[in-house]
Design a protein around this ligand. Structure first.
Ligand SMILES: [Zn+2]
Length: 77
């Protein structure tokens, strides 16, 4: 397993969607390669953050326009 292969498989590795042999190879590579180790930590954190954010934040201006649009077109208050 080299760095390039590790990078390619890393998201599957984090999701544990790999055959056990491949999983172990990546795990071994991460243990000896500081670059891939750091990359995997960053990826894990990004995945965690994106999972936590369950709703999309709409900018206020867009929100106002959306409400205005809905009121005009759907007849709601
Ligand atoms: Zn590496």
């Amino acid at each position: 397993m080299n760095c390039k292969q590790t990078y390619k498989l890393l998201s599957d590795f984090i999701d544990k969607e790999l055959p056990i042999e491949t999983y172990d190879k990546i795990k071994n590579h991460l243990a000896i390669c500081p670059h891939c180790h750091a990359f995997s930590d960053t990826l894990k954190m990004t995945i965690k953050l994106s999972q936590r954010q369950k709703f999309v934040i709409i900018p206020k201006e867009v929100h106002c326009r959306l409400i205005k649009f809905l009121k005009e077109h759907l007849d709601i208050d």
